[in-house]
Write a protein that binds this ligand. Structure first.
Ligand code: ADP
Ligand code: MG
Length: 224
């Protein structure tokens, strides 16, 4: 099974924005990345996804397929919602029947069943966000990297998605890193929480530990 190993990773543009940070996400575990806006969360996740060149070393060990969900994930407006979700799956070796079944299942999970024949530009922003999520989750993967995937979803759907993810992780055992600004995600989903502040790792521990025994004032105030 796969794990994520991050060693001395840092990133600078004109100014320093991340690191150095080092940590491991063990097989089947979920690390939630939290921190104020601009603290480097997306930078860290993009680096792990191989979308950004950084200093240091990132290993996705024993991984066959990494699945990424970023807010920039684009929908193709000349294809139906269902074709957006299944885009490329045939080439990846999935059979017609398997694609049909998987798209049907995942659409039900993200509440898109009624919209499969529409085009993305006929969908709301929240629906397009779920198309991107469905497109990622419809495939097999062993590492899942997500940047605020549930932002903008209503509370009920968000809760359903979280419990679905958790159940799926129990069944399939994938390793997950997710950026969130919502404490409830951390409480429900995380094995570990990494708290960033201006690119610096303030604390890396369980959610309970971060909440009840913050290492400094920043962490205490942030999780309050
Ligand atoms: P977060 O996701 O926590 O809100 P980001 O990782 O997106 O933060 O950004 C961290 C910092 O890096 C911010 O100060 C942001 O302005 C800066 N930054 C991100 N991308 C670029 C870029 N392409 N060029 C210059 N600065 C960037
Ligand atoms: Mg971000």
């Amino acid at each position: 099974m796969a794990k994520v190993i991050v060693r001395n990773v840092s990133k600078s543009y004109e100014k320093h924005v991340l690191g150095p940070c080092s940590f491991t996400v063990e097989e089947g575990n979920t690390l939630l990345v939290m921190g104020p806006s601009g603290s480097g969360k997306s930078t860290l996740l993009k680096a792990c996804a191989g979308l950004l060149k950084v200093e240091g070393e990132i290993l996705l060990e024993d991984s066959k397929r990494v699945c990424v969900v970023f807010d920039e994930s684009k929908c193709l407006n000349h294809l139906s919602v269902q074709d957006n979700i299944s885009l490329g799956m045939k080439k990846e070796g999935y059979s017609e029947e398997e694609i049909r079944q998987r798209v049907y299942d995942v659409a039900e999970r993200v509440h898109l069943s009624e919209h499969l024949l529409k085009r993305p530009d006929e969908c709301s922003l929240g629906q397009r966000q779920r198309i991107a999520l469905a497109r990622a989750l419809v495939r097999d993967f062993d590492i899942l990297l997500m940047d605020e995937p549930f932002t903008g979803l209503d509370i009920l759907l968000r809760r359903q998605m979280l419990s679905w993810l958790k159940q799926m992780q129990k069944e399939k055992g994938f390793t997950c890193m997710m950026v969130t600004h919502d404490h409830r995600d951390a409480k429900i989903l995380s094995d570990q929480v990494l708290i960033l502040n201006e690119g610096h790792v303030e604390m890396l521990d369980t959610y309970e530990q971060c909440l009840n025994h913050p290492v400094n004032e920043f962490v205490g105030a942030f999780l309050k």
